[in-house]
Design a protein around this ligand. Structure first.
Ligand SMILES: Cc1ncc(COP(=O)(O)O)c(C=O)c1O
Length: 369
């Protein structure tokens, strides 16, 4: 056993590009990541990022990240004291688990969803109650009565909007329905309503947000990131957005200066040119329609998506596995799900640039659905 092995639940990272290049005997630069929901940095954004920052690397970042927070406040339409910068959305998720969960707490997830909610909850000793989403015929919607019932004893409810990996989206009025059911149950039970974390890593691709609900429901925390629409996954910048009194316990667990000066400067530069990320989103949304159309034309079965990835159902887990292997052999890396996952017969594919998507469509031609 490795000296680092631990009994704690841990997040399994995808294999590296170098590993896949060696395994499939392909040039490294031919490998395209369709599995991690990132997009290539648009050249116009790259120029902006190269030219605009002069970080003082010998010193620590300012503890208030004033420039980053001011730029984010303007971009998100919130007050500066409602923003907590974190090292990617993932750090904000981990800190939220630390802030709201204790040994024996109940945390509720709407499954299938992003695996990290369960992992960070279990790492805190919480019991995770998974409430299945409705099926594809109901557009993978939230089962609000079941969630509200499961959350009766919960300290934290995790939501992901748009949801990874379904790509489906729950509009704010439905989130409000859930929040008011949670508040009514808490009042009836004489307890504090659970905190609700809405992970909006992909919100830019749908353009709607639950953020405004924080006024009515102060225990709402919205998580944002620069990794997706801003194409800055390597910079590791995200935010928890909430009323200041809700942010306070989350901030308490953040290591000082967890966002580097370089990353803060890159994110600030990107926020100051919002038209560039918006153009990236517009390109991806257009490519999403094209991929959906062309893959369906080849006999594949993609579900509708409000995000920068598409979930595709195959005839069986074996068919999904053999499609994944065929894509990998030509350097296109899909996201597949383990045999015990509800989506074992599915693959998830990121919508990338037009040229990269050309390669995907070409490869898909020979693969049976
Ligand atoms: C739902 C969701 N949340 C968070 C993340 C991670 O975001 P970040 O790169 O900001 O940590 C991902 C990445 O795929 C995601 O799908």
């Amino acid at each position: 056993m490795s000296p680092l092995a631990t009994a704690l639940p841990t997040y399994a990272w995808e294999p590296t590009t170098d590993f896949l290049a060696t395994k499939y005997k392909l040039p490294r630069e031919s490998i395209v990541r369709f599995d991690v929901n990132t997009s290539p940095l648009p050249p116009d954004l790259r120029d902006v990022l190269a030219g605009t920052f002069d970080p003082t690397l010998s010193e620590y970042p300012p503890s208030d990240y004033a420039a980053l927070v001011a730029a984010a406040a303007e971009a998100y339409g919130v007050a500066q004291d409602e923003l907590l910068p974190t090292a990617g959305a993932d750090e904000a998720l981990d800190l939220s688990a630390r802030a709201f969960l204790r040994e024996g707490s109940v945390a509720v997830v709407a499954s299938p969803t992003y695996a990290l909610y369960r992992i960070v909850s279990e790492q805190r000793g919480a019991n995770v109650v998974a409430v299945p989403r409705l099926g594809p015929e109901a557009a993978f919607r939230l089962d609000i009565p079941a969630l509200a019932a499961a959350a009766r004893t919960a300290d934290l409810v995790w939501l992901c909007e748009p949801n990874n990996p379904t790509g489906a989206y729950e509009p704010p009025e439905r989130i409000r329905e859930l929040l008011s059911a949670l508040a009514a149950n808490a009042a009836a039970d004489g307890r504090v309503a659970p905190a609700v974390v809405v992970d909006e890593a992909y919100w830019e691709f749908v353009g709607q947000s639950a953020l405004a609900l924080r006024a009515e429901y102060p225990r709402l925390v919205v998580i944002r990131t620069l990794s997706k629409a801003h194409a800055l996954a390597g910079a590791r910048v995200g935010f928890a957005v909430a009323q200041p009194e809700t942010l306070a316990p989350i901030l308490a667990f953040r290591a000082p200066a967890s966002v580097s000066t370089v990353s803060a400067a890159l994110a600030t530069a990107s926020f100051r040119r919002p038209e560039l990320a918006a153009a990236n989103v517009a390109r991806i949304v257009e490519q999403r329609s094209r991929l959906l159309r062309e893959l369906a034309g080849l006999g594949w079965s993609p579900y509708p998506s409000e995000s920068n990835f598409i979930l595709i159902r195959f005839s069986s887990p074996a068919a999904a596995e053999s499609a994944a292997e065929a894509l990998l052999r030509v350097g296109l890396v899909p996201r597949s799900f383990g045999s015990d996952h509800a989506f074992a017969d599915c693959l998830r594919l990121t919508v990338r640039s037009a040229q990269e998507n050309d390669r995907l469509i070409e490869a898909a031609r020979g693969i049976l659905a």
